[in-house]
Design a binder for this molecule. Structure first.
Ligand code: TXA
Ligand code: MG
Length: 343
């Protein structure tokens, strides 16, 4: 494995590795991805192997030019209305943290989409990602670069520490800007559905396509899970994680616990200062973190996985995390907390 800062030379090397069927971890604006050439089924098989990802869980196909959409998706079978919605979404949210489910092109091997007739397509808003994709085949399949079910990587070091030698090259582009994964949106059915809340907020999408967006209740179709990212236990730290509402964390319901063991606290913002002081008194080894002192949702989202990684490395008996307000990116933050807590 090679670990390189992003530069013209390392980008060129990365593209060559991809074109030769290798694996390159690279930054996107959401989290780091584990990239493989989307047209090469052997390379795709390695992604599943390295991540220990079940083969029923499809990958997201990343593109770096709108023209590549034709090579990765079959737009000809979309209704006029759906096509209109697709172009509105692309115009408003691409490049950006939105993955759109579309009928897949025949050029994409079935292993990429776990045998589904659809593919999730995303045009990331990160220069390194876009250059790497453009210099290679133009389509890179990339799940988050973490072992299946574990916390997502927002720094190159997270990838090195968890996947390490199994990756051919890790491109270090520093901390990711958004910090939670893309929103996965299915526009192929009668109802438009969010399969996974993420970096593009629901109301922003509703405002653009002017229709209600439904939730995807985890659904099993012919034993294939509609959106396997919806598996309940996912994005999980090794340390047991519990979610508390703002009132619960302020009223310190956790105090009934065994005071001898060390606890980590993840507060949403600085408005809970008194509760933070009380929590600190529980034990000398208590660790307190705040997602965003001033409660800025984008900052909170961008720090979520990073702080969970830190807390997870503190040898704590448990982590209490405060729920975010359920608006904008708060939906994605709470979704990741719930799955991390398996609640
Ligand atoms: O921000 C992101 O989306 C990151 C970066 C690297 O781009 N990628 C990412 O990939 O989060 P991954 O594999 O960890 O999550 C992909 C999600 C999974 O929940 C998967 O089930 C869903 O997208 N997905 C992919 N293709 C699908 C399809 N054809 N139908 C339904 N869900 C799909
Ligand atoms: Mg993932």
């Amino acid at each position: 494995m090679k670990f390189s800062a992003v530069c013209e030379k390392s980008l060129g090397e990365g593209a060559k590795i991809l074109l030769n069927g290798g694996l390159v971890a690279f930054p996107t604006e959401t989290v780091y991805g584990l990239g493989a050439d989307a047209f090469n089924s052997q390379a795709l098989a390695r992604v599943f192997e390295v991540k220990k990802r079940p083969h029923f869980d499809p990958l997201i196909i990343h593109i770096a030019a709108i023209e590549t959409l034709e090579k990765t998706a079959n737009l000809s079978i979309l209704s006029d209305e759906t096509r209109k919605k697709l172009f509105l979404l692309a115009e408003n949210f691409w490049p950006g943290p939105l993955s759109i489910i579309l009928p897949k092109s025949e050029k994409i091997p079935g292993i990429a989409t776990a045998g589904l007739p659809t593919a999730a397509i995303r045009f990331p808003d990160n220069e390194t990602a876009r250059k790497l994709i453009s210099l290679s085949s133009g389509a890179v399949a990339a799940p988050s670069a973490n072992p299946f079910g574990a916390l997502s990587p927002t720094r190159a070091e997270h990838v090195r520490d968890t996947l390490g030698e199994k990756v051919d090259l890790i491109l270090d582009g520093g901390a990711t800007r958004i910090g939670v994964e893309s929103t996965v949106l299915d526009i192929t059915g009668e109802r438009i559905k969010i399969l996974r809340p993420g970096g593009t907020a629901r109301d922003a999408i509703e405002n653009v396509i002017k229709c209600k967006i439904w939730n995807d209740e985890p659904e099993i179709r012919n034993e294939v899970i509609a959106s396997p990212g919806q598996l309940k236990s996912h994005y999980a730290p090794r340390t047991p994680l519990f979610i508390l509402g703002r009132d619960e964390i302020i009223q310190q319901d956790y105090k009934t616990d065994d005071p001898a063991s060390r606890t980590g606290f993840l507060f949403f913002d600085g408005s809970t200062r008194d509760a933070q002081r009380e929590a600190q008194k529980l034990h000398d080894g208590t660790v307190i973190k705040v997602l965003s002192e001033s409660g800025v949702m984008t900052e909170a989202a961008s720090r979520l996985f990073e702080i969970l990684h830190e807390l997870d490395n503190c040898n704590l008996s448990r982590i209490y995390a405060q729920k975010a307000p359920d608006e904008g990116l708060g939906e994605a933050i709470n979704d990741r907390l719930r799955r991390g807590a398996n609640a």
